[in-house]
Design a protein around this ligand. Sequence first.
Ligand code: T68
Length: 833
Amino acid sequence: SFESSVPEPLRNLWKKFAATNFSNKEQFQKEVVHHVETTLARSLYNCDDLAVYSGAALAMRDKLIIDWNKTQQAHTLADQKRVYYLSLEFLMGRTLDNALLNRDIKGYAAEGVSELGFRMEDLIEQEHDAALGNGGLGRLAACFLDSLASLSYPAWGYGLRYRYGIFKQEIIDGYQVEVPDYWLDFNPWEFPRHDITVDIMFYGYVRRYTEEDGSTVNIWEGGEVVQALAYDVPIPGYGTSTTNNLRLWSSKPSTGEFDFQKFNSGDYESSVRDQQRAETISAVLYPNDNIDVGKELRLKQQYFWVAASLYDIVRRFKKSHRAWTEFPHQVAIQLNDTHPTLAIVELMRILVDKEHLDWDTAWNIVTETFGYTNHTVLPEALEKWSVPLFQNLLPRHLQIIYDINLFFLQSVERRFPKDRELLGRVSIIEESNPQVIRMAYLAIIGSKKVNGVAELHSDLIKTTIFKDFVNIFGPDKFTNVTNGVTPRRWLHQANPQLSALIKEKLGSYDFLKDLSLLSGLEKFADDKTFQKEWMDIKLRNKQRLAKYIKDTTGISVNPSALFDIQVKRIHEYKRQQMNIFGVISRYLSLKAMTKEERAKQVPRVSIFGGKAAPGYWMAKTIIRLITAVSEVVNNDADIGDLLKVVFIEDYNVSKAEFLCPASDLSEHISTAGTEASGTSNMKFVLNGGLIIGTCDGANIEITREIGEERIFLFGNLAEDVEDLRHAHRYGKTPMDPSLKEVCDEIQKGTFGEPGVFAGLIHALTEGGDYYLVSDDFASYLSTHKLVDEAFKDTAAWAHNTIVAVSRMGFFTSDRAINEYADEIWNIDPVKVD
Ligand code: T68
């Protein structure tokens, strides 16, 4: 068994020697040197930043693991309901800095390494980002783990330990090139648990037989077996000893799997190949955001992870010897998008096939346990699995899905008799060729609550893609939890100077635990000295970014120019193409001006960053246009400092940490109704920047909180999108004249061979301008003019950014997590002394 403990009489000796850890500078230094000299086998004669970073990280890890143990003991003792957050992505970024700050020991730790001859900033830079995610969905999971621990909730994250995280992006000759992210060479933050393994089965067949009492039993047999091995990552809360666990599963050959037949017959190589196949399951993160690819290996990843996690959760539940009906009182499971939806089916299989509960009892348990978060309405992102592919890999699960669907459709038919169309619309199985399983429908039917991630988005799912289900289940099953971000990483860690200034004004760092306290800043919004300090910090953050840009791209940018940043995954719906078209339009206007007119213009630096999915050709073309425009504009002597265009290579969490504090303006300009929430919008405003954005996702709630005079909104509304698209399809909407000029310029070859960009132009014309770039372009350009005017009035700008920050309390992920805890999970915190 997993658990065995030292007998009572021996425990005192254990306690006498119990692990202790540093709690001051000297002890910290001792631990660092100890790890450098023993764990790493280095010495003071052979020591660099990486070695000292490693020593510091190992010292910190030891500290966390002691709190981690305490936390697990407290949770076991409290025996309260726990929440399990199932996410295929956790975009954690770096850990050392965050852990030092969450434990409030960065001060003496930095002093300690400095005395040893190193700089903490340099050590922090040695760390490789843990990049087990694509974008917003994965980073949200990471912010939620930070909040769960900081609020002392008994919570676990469950994910996959990918050997390769999201690829590294290189820009070569202006094009994106993907390089594998092999990040596990040295990862001090994980603990392999060689004692915690689960065998996971695939393929095979279902044997059905009748018991003596007449009941039918289904047994899933045969097939491939792969072993899941647990790796634990400690998650330290801020201002508490609570240190929760993120458990990541790694795949390896099952111990029973080695094919001795092949081995003995001399086919050693193929026997090894079979073993390697097992390892491919957790090898690589699929690099697509908001697009469903439907590959078998992806389904294998999902089942592997879900089955191992459920085995673990059920095992923990069984230790308390409660009745099965108590399960939902002890366990809440949150599905981060549809990726873990198989958990619903797997729990049914465990309860019915293995624990022999009757179907209805099992189904009641299941539907009281799960919650499902939807992150998108984009049709191309909704997960669907081909029935033949699924049948082959998970034959028993397909039968269970058919049964769930049958009982569901029967109940719908009883309530809405003769509405055959309704039955077809809500069936889990779509009658296409081949048939497909609609995972979102399965997730809704198997969950107690379904939530969207911002108000507009939660309303949209109720009125569009899930409308029928609102009719069937009633509106109470559907709710909203607006996303949030952790102020520990996204203010305190990313912008230490701003955090310190806020602390000085508010008297303490309590705002990091209760972000609504930021409201106390508002009364200083017109204080000239405070405005100066505020803007000076912004300037220093911009200078740091300017230096980074110079060092990495060779481009010189003026730190007092308006820094206009759009960083996020490259996607047509996020409309980076509209941004770069706007930049071209600005360039053309500047070119057409006299010297005198130019002298009156506000200098701009347009900064882009983000990865395109490797197979997303249009997104890659957008990157190519950005780099092509930057080559022309940055080298045009007429333009000088008035306009610079920069593409930041390999945007990731740690780059976001220095980009957010350095923006004057950030762009969140998705076609209305397409961006479910967005979370970087929150980070930019929290760091004293303003937004240009559409009425989409969380932009709307940000506007409500900070006031519409502090946000540059433009463009058509979600409710008008359908009609506008229709008009493009049938009416031939003429292209906006400014956009036409931009297209003509591209086609003239100003930015290189125009054929390269033909796809982008085609999308606007024959393609029907699905993302409504033309419809929004005039209002986008005129709103940028308003931005320029506003930026000239530095005092008003300072005032507005201070007021905006003071009203951002709502967007902490602590608020979001408390809402999940109260309204969806029904869990309470557990105090860890
Ligand atoms: C994002 N979704 C939403 N998806 O786009 C964003 N998709 O509006 C929202 O703020 C955020 O989720 C958090 O709620 C994603 O990031 C993915 O990355 C993704 C990954 C795999 C498959 C589909």
